[in-house]
Design a protein around this ligand. Structure first.
Ligand code: ADP
Ligand code: MG
Length: 497
């Protein structure tokens, strides 16, 4: 948007998270992903006449946990409504949802923007989160020229998490979606698998001239099944709307689909208003009542969540707010960091220094490799206990940072544990000062002219001597010792020895 600085984007997200219950929200059918089509759809899910829904208590529990985690008001009484529409994957002709009295009201999610020292926090407000049932799926690619209907997904419990229009860029929207994703995974209420559709994000996007208070007309973009596509789809949509308005057009309220192959959004339908759905209270379901005592027990059962964990990393280990945010950004990353620290605990004395070193490696070398290979940290070929072994060899001075990086690359490539690699490749750092002195003396003896130049003031030559001595040492001399010995042998530049 840099070329359109007159404009400001406004984004609000609607996130559908499938709740990780064993059975469906209103029936006993299983919810496992990937079963034979229609093998997990019972009479209730098929919408056969005469059946009645029975609410799954675990779905209520999970939705309430989400509300507690984002500091929302969890309603002690909430109700179900019918949202009526026709679609082949919705045999009842209505979706059971919550409109008038949702289970979760308000709440907020804190996101971290920017990097390192420049990192800042921003609070995004959540409007509400309600319980509802998922629809089935239309399969267009299985039978030539025909569409198949798979109702396995019908009746899978969802929470729809609706944000306020608080985000101002694609980056902010992605940070918010990632944070919600982290929270549901920390809580264990959703597996978070975006490819399988367990966590789906719809982006509402509008633009307005900077300084204008009222909101512009929005479009809702669907079909984004990764965080990268979410960012691309929003960027495209912002540009499209700005260009449209600047060319004299107006934005229509529409639902649009993101096409990842073409990297564009396309009109799917004009937006329906709530009236079109003819919502009314579901007469088959009683209000959901949660006892205050039950809610208190649930509150006490909450696990340590990302923000609390990040605060603990800062106070216990002296990590920066940014590093703490990165390390807690997913449950797996935090687990990896903590497993590495646990493996170091009985080997190294200084917990704070070790945690900082460990944080640097997890947010640095490990993150870079994961990024490059697209692997999740849980699938890292360098496991937490192996990383700990490497860090031990840095702290005990066997390895310089440079050698450690070489050992790390070899570990990543599957060459084994650090000690075996150090032996096999002869990578042990030279820390014997007499050996380094001998190397330095030989270099100085070979280069009398350069020594003289250095001593007459050309102090840039110091780097030359370091380079030559390091080369003679096969890159293995302890850099700090090498520097000190060279300093001592050469004397300060510009002075005669
Ligand atoms: P609906 O239920 O019809 O989809 P809502 O008013 O509940 O509409 O809003 C849905 C989402 O759209 C919310 O996340 C909200 O923050 C966002 N939103 C509403 N108006 C705008 C706007 N003008 N620009 C961007 N996002 C918006
Ligand atoms: Mg909507």
């Amino acid at each position: 948007m840099s070329t359109h600085s007159r404009w400001e984007a406004v984004i609000g997200l609607e996130i559908h998270a499938q709740l990780a219950t064993k059975s469906k929200i209103f029936s006993g059918a299983a919810t496992t992903f990937g079963a034979e089509p229609n093998a997990q759809a019972c009479a209730v899910d098929l919408g056969l006449p005469g059946v009645l829904p029975v609410l799954n208590a675990e779905a209520v529990h999970m939705a309430a946990l989400f509300g507690l985690a984002i500091d929302a008001e969890v309603a002690l009484e909430s109700t179900f409504d019918r949202k009526n529409y026709f679609y082949p994957d919705l045999p009842k002709g209505y979706q059971i949802s919550q409109l008038a009295q949702p289970i979760v009201n308000g709440g907020q999610v804190v996101i971290t923007l920017g990097e390192g020292e420049a990192a800042e926090q921003k609070t995004v407000r959540v409007t509400r989160a309600h319980l509802e049932e998922d629809a089935g799926k239309s399969l267009h690619e299985v039978f030539a020229g025909m569409t198949g209907i798979d109702l396995n997904r019908a009746g899978t419990p969802l929470i729809e998490i609706v944000s306020e229009p608080d985000m101002r860029s694609a980056v902010e929207a992605v940070a918010y979606a990632r944070k919600v994703h982290a929270i549901v995974q920390y809580l264990g209420i959703c597996d978070g698998n975006m490819q399988e559709g367990s966590f789906r994000v719809d982006a509402n996007v509008s633009v307005r001239p900077k300084g204008q208070i009222s909101l512009g007309t929005r479009t809702e973009v669907k079909n984004v099944n990764s965080f990268r596509f979410l960012e691309r789809a929003i960027l495209f949509e912002i540009e499209r709307q700005i260009e449209l308005i600047e060319d004299g057009g107006t934005v229509q309220q529409q639902t649009r689909l993101y096409d990842p192959d073409k990297d564009e959004t396309r009109m799917m339908r004009t937006k329906e208003a709530a009236d079109d759905y003819r919502y009314f209270p579901d007469p088959d379901l009683l209000p959901v009542v949660i006892e205050p005592a039950t809610l208190a027990i649930w509150r006490d059962s909450l696990p340590e969540l990302p923000d609390a964990k990040a605060r603990r990393y800062q106070s216990e280990y002296g990590l920066t707010p940014y590093d703490a945010a990165v390390l807690t950004s997913s449950k797996e990353t935090a687990a990896y960091f903590e497993q590495t620290l646990a493996a170091l605990a009985d080997r190294l004395p200084d917990q704070v220094a070790d945690a900082k070193l460990c944080a640097n490696w997890v947010t640095g070398a490990i993150a870079a490799q994961l990024n490059k290979t697209g692997l999740a940290i849980g699938d890292s070929p360098v496991t937490a206990p192996s990383l700990a072994l490497l860090l031990v060899r840095i702290v005990d001075n066997t390895l310089s940072n440079k050698l450690a990086r070489e050992v790390f690359e070899a570990m990543w490539a599957g060459e084994g544990e650090p000690d075996a690699i150090i032996d096999a490749r002869g990578l042990k750092q030279i820390t014997d000062s007499s050996a380094i002195e001998a190397l330095v003396d030989a270099i100085l003896a070979e280069n009398p002219d350069k020594v003289a130049e250095y001593r007459s003031g050309k102090d840039k030559l110091f780097g030359f001597f370091v380079g030559q001595a390091m080369k003679a040492a096969g890159g293995k001399a302890n850099p700090q010792q090498l520097n000190e010995i060279l300093q001592a042998r050469l004397g300060p530049p510009g002075e005669q020895a």
